[in-house]
Design a protein around this ligand. Structure first.
Ligand code: XMP
Length: 360
């Protein structure tokens, strides 16, 4: 059993009744729907009614004050931004911090959707250099995570201060976040950064959490009803520290670019095969392992890319998704041909536990 992992007794799960699961407690409580059952919902009435009431509530809570919303590219913050925009229009400003740890073209997609399609006032902060310089020479996984979290807060603070008018902060807290944080009468498992606000040195006049009573599937449903594209509504989970947890060792722009390219090819092949809805998470990893190969009849010594596709109901435990062999071969051929500096592709088929989904 790894550090921080404990055996948890889960009543009523899986279907057989009771079981012991070796997993981190925080992860267990973050996905309660499948454990608690499909009927679990805090939603009173329909999604349409929720949207209507939620807009009225945001408008009332904002009471004419400026509203700031942090966009991450994920479905929760996207739904909050669109709801807030419906509620307060131009009073809303969205802040998107591009850490340089996003996937290929992700920053541009977020910008195009919110500035273009929704005409939302969006500030995009290109903070890649800033993050990479803070992370220079850092190889220890937990230190990497901590630096990224802290830097994100600093950038957010600076940008919010530049706006000069604090007003209200809209946050994409969802119901599982509240359970994790011990609010709502639940026992605390971990302090979730969403609840009660990020530890910012700025006082907002009010914090508005429009989707705090929704489960993830309800948020996705809301996104569809609000007309967000499927790429946002169905977006697979992407960790806060981004590609940093998939690029082992020290982070550099060239390593991240290489990983971004390989990851984009793998995701494209899965989506071409129409498997994106069946596989809960799929991505590439750069383990930092070089090996000998042969290219143009000459010896080469290049990077390895690992592919991971997982099948899970709750992300607490996971198995390897059984991908068609042809798809894997095409992905491996394309990655080694199209991504400069990669001469080998391997497949991670380890279940969780003992391996986690992410590599760091
Ligand atoms: P692991 O790797 O712990 O991941 O098996 C379980 C799920 O959580 C996601 N994950 C994160 N999500 N911030 C997040 O918002 C994080 O720091 C983080 N780390 C892991 C992971 O992608 C998977 O879906």
């Amino acid at each position: 059993m790894g550090k921080g992992y404990s055996p948890l007794f889960i009543k009523g799960w899986p279907q057989s009744g009771r079981g012991i699961c070796f997993c981190s407690a925080s992860q267990l409580l973050s996905i309660p729907t499948s454990i608690k059952g499909d009927n679990m919902s805090n939603l009173k009435g329909t999604i349409e009614k929720f949207i209507e009431e939620s807009c009225e509530n945001i408008k009332a809570e904002a009471a004419g004050r400026p509203v700031l919303c942090a966009l991450s590219g994920g479905v929760d913050s996207a739904v909050c931004a669109v709801l807030a925009h419906r509620a307060v229009g131009d009073k809303l400003t969205c802040l998107f911090v591009d850490t340089g740890l996003m996937r290929k073209n992700e920053g541009d997609q977020v910008t195009a959707l919110f500035r273009g399609t929704y005409a939302i006032n969006l500030i995009r902060v290109d903070a890649e250099e800033r993050f990479l310089s803070k992370l220079k020479g850092v190889t220890e996984p937990e230190s990497k995570r901590k630096i990224i979290g802290e830097e994100f807060i600093r950038v957010f603070e600076e940008e919010a201060k530049k706006l000069g008018k604090t007003g209200c902060l809209v946050q994409g807290t969802i119901y599982p976040d509240i359970i994790e944080s011990g609010a709502d009468g639940h026992k605390q498992v971990k302090a979730h950064h969403n609840v009660g606000g990020m530890p910012l040195n700025i006082e907002f006049e009010a914090v508005i959490e429009p989707i705090k009573m929704l489960y993830k599937e309800e948020v996705r449903e809301c996104a569809r009803k609000l007309g967000l594209p499927a790429s946002f509504a169905n977006r697979q989970p992407f960790p806060g520290p981004g590609l940093a947890v998939r690029c082992l060792g020290e982070l550099t722009k060239s390593k991240l670019d290489l990983l971004r390219d390989a990851d984009a090819i793998f995701r494209e092949e899965i989506e071409k095969a129409g498997l994106q809805k069946e596989i809960q998470q799929y991505f590439a990893i750069l383990p930092g392992v070089q090996s000998v190969g042969v290219r143009n009849n000459e010896r080469c010594y290049e990077e390895t890319i690992a592919l991971r596709a997982i099948s899970t109901k709750d992300f607490v435990t996971a198995g390897s998704a059984r991908l068609p062999y042809e798809l894997l071969e095409t992905a491996a051929r394309r990655i080694t041909n199209e991504v400069k500096g990669v001469n080998r592709v391997v497949l991670d088929i380890t279940p969780k536990p003992p391996a986690t989904i992410e590599w760091e």
